[in-house]
Design a protein around this ligand. Structure first.
Ligand code: GDP
Length: 316
């Protein structure tokens, strides 16, 4: 059997993750998810990227909003606001049930991996989806307005502040989970796919976990990343804005360079084909494909391209 690992953040990554689940069974693919965005709010433990993946794979996601659950109601949040509670982070009624359950289980002593497996199973997702660590790592953004917790920067202040640097607090004392380490040693593992997530806010926190990047490299399987930039622009979110603020050239070449020390292959959008030669010069293989995932077929086709690239690189 051939097995793959996919590394993902929230919305962009979950699109490709869904495609992967349409071509690979639950024993053929597992997902490693960013938890640097996790935070405590309204007294609850919230894991936005894990939940985005859970709602996407279970078919429960809110397609119009692009976050949360479809068909949500907001009665609890409305009542909470009337009591003077903070309302900058919108949590729907059914979504709240997930955070209540996660918080309860964590308080009773379960690890985040155990809680995640339980929540996914109850919502009908059979695939292995693992937090990057069971220990908390918190992304903080150093901005011109001072250092901000990730969700304050991202949701409350709508990414308006100019980013100076990004920090992953406690990553040096957070370790990869045993699930991941076992999977990386599985002789059936054929490739690792870095989904088109934000390299700085979604993928870097995962790589910051102590020893995780080294474990990925030590697995000796091809590691292939999909560009989150199309035609020099992000499809959604602050990737392009952050790249400019970090004084990076707004091009997939910069993304490939950012990943250069651990990937072997890069999937470039066909509209950026002109950059293929330059990226190849850094020693990695490049494939061009349609990477905009508007439909389910687009997700499936891109997933197949990524799997094929892993297989080809492994064959060499
Ligand atoms: P977040 O955690 O919810 O911000 O989501 P991610 O970090 O997983 O994804 C954000 C990135 O996904 C952005 O850089 C987008 O450009 C990228 N993205 C979103 N949709 C697509 C798509 O259809 N194709 C590609 N190639 N990238 C996408």
């Amino acid at each position: 059997m051939k097995k793959y690992l996919a590394i993902t953040g929230g919305v962009g990554g979950a699109k490709l993750a869904l495609g992967l689940t349409k071509i690979l069974s639950k024993s053929e693919v597992a997902f490693l998810v960013n938890t640097g965005d996790d935070f405590e709010h309204m007294g609850l433990s919230i894991s936005p990227d894990l939940d985005t993946l859970m709602y996407t794979l279970s078919g429960l996601s809110n397609v119009e909003l692009g976050w949360g659950r479809g068909g949500e109601t907001w009665r609890c949040l409305d009542a909470y606001k009337k009591l003077g509670g903070d309302s900058w982070f919108s949590l729907g009624d059914e979504d709240l049930a997930v955070h209540l359950r996660r918080t309860e289980m964590l308080k009773l002593g379960s690890s985040l991996s155990e809680v995640t497996a339980d929540l996914f199973r109850h919502l009908g997702v059979d695939y292995s989806c693992w937090p990057m660590s069971d220990k908390p790592v918190r992304t903080q953004i150093e901005t011109e307005a001072g250092r901000l917790e990730f969700q304050h920067y991202f949701v409350r202040d709508r990414c308006e502040h100019v980013v100076k640097s990004i920090h992953f607090v406690s990553s040096s004392v957070a370790y990869p989970t045993n699930n991941l380490l076992r999977y990386l040693e599985d002789p059936d593992l054929c490739g690792i796919i870095v989904c088109p997530s934000n390299p700085f806010l979604s993928v870097d926190p995962i790589l910051s976990v102590h020893g995780l990047k080294e474990a990925l490299i030590a697995s000796k399987v091809p590691i292939v990343a999909v560009s989150p930039l199309i035609n020099g622009q992000a499809v959604k979110g602050p990737t392009a804005k952050i790249m400019k603020e970090l004084r990076l050239v707004l091009s997939p070449v910069s993304v490939a360079a950012h990943y250069q020390d651990f990937i072997n292959g890069f999937i470039l959008d066909e509209s950026d084909a002109e950059h293929a030669v330059e990226i190849t010069k850094s020693g990695m293989s490049v494939v061009t494909a349609q990477t905009l995932m508007a439909s389910l077929d687009d997700r499936i086709n891109l997933a197949q391209t990524a799997v094929n690239m892993c297989d080809e690189l492994r064959g060499h």
